[in-house]
Write a protein that binds this ligand. Structure first.
Ligand code: FMN
Length: 212
């Protein structure tokens, strides 16, 4: 338990990566698996992760991401790409997969499927996308923790123009929209203004309310 808190103290939103250091595939896989195992509402996992290592593609993203160099200096950039809507097909695919993998179905589960089918596809796409995006952020949280555990540096980033990143990665055609990206790499020895600054968080008293 205490190790995890030390890892979380160690991690920070890295401002400068060492471009000469690449994260080993084994560690990237570990972080991706932590994302894949994350909880999601109704287990729908309504997002995908794009692992961008191609430097030209990463360089194309930078001007649409406030010029943030971490995108090219890190070795991998994870892009969380969210379903643009909940469709009957997407819902059914996930419920069918659960039935197939577990080897049985039951009425309660099928009633639940029908409840979702009668609710989500009828809502407007933006409401569904926002709901799906919240699930992707749970995956982002897992990634941040897993990266810290693997002593890999990372920078969660919303500072980019999603429409442009969607265009660069061809996400629209796949019914996906980028919401957050996560460069992975190793902190530079020099030139990171944040690395030695105290991690500041609201006090426990200010942040936690006990309702006993
Ligand atoms: C969703 C999200 C978006 C963020 N976007 C950016 C970003 O675009 N660029 C950046 O340098 N940091 C970004 N941050 C980092 C936060 O500023 C940082 O996590 C926060 O100040 C706490 O500091 P720490 O992560 O170093 O502990 C983002 C963090 C989150 C969770």
């Amino acid at each position: 338990m205490s190790d995890l808190l030390q890892d979380l103290q160690w991690r920070y939103a890295t401002k400068k990566f060492d471009p000469s250091k690449a994260v080993a595939q084994e560690k990237v896989d570990f972080i991706l698996e932590a994302i894949r195992l994350s909880a999601s509402s109704s287990g729908l996992q309504p997002y995908e992760v794009f692992v961008v290592t191609n430097k030209d593609i990463r360089a194309k993203i930078v001007p649409h991401a406030w010029g943030q160099q971490q995108i090219v200096d890190a070795s991998h950039v994870l892009v969380f790409a969210v379903w643009d809507n909940y469709t009957a097909e997407r819902i059914n695919n996930m419920f069918d997969l659960v039935n197939e993998e577990r080897g049985f179905s039951n009425q309660g589960w099928e009633d639940y499927r029908n409840m979702l089918l009668n609710t989500y596809p009828q809502r407007d796409a933006e409401t569904n996308f926002e709901h799906a995006a919240r699930q992707a952020y749970i995956g982002l949280g897992s990634a941040l923790i897993a990266a810290a555990d693997a002593k890999v540096d990372s920078t969660p980033m919303e500072g980019f123009v999603p429409k442009e990143v969607d265009e660069i990665l061809g996400l629209k055609e796949k019914g996906l929209r980028s919401v957050v990206i996560l460069p992975l790499g190793y902190r530079a020895e020099e030139g990171d203004w944040l690395v030695n600054l105290k991690k500041v968080r609201r006090s426990e008293e200010d942040f936690i309310t006990n309702v006993a």
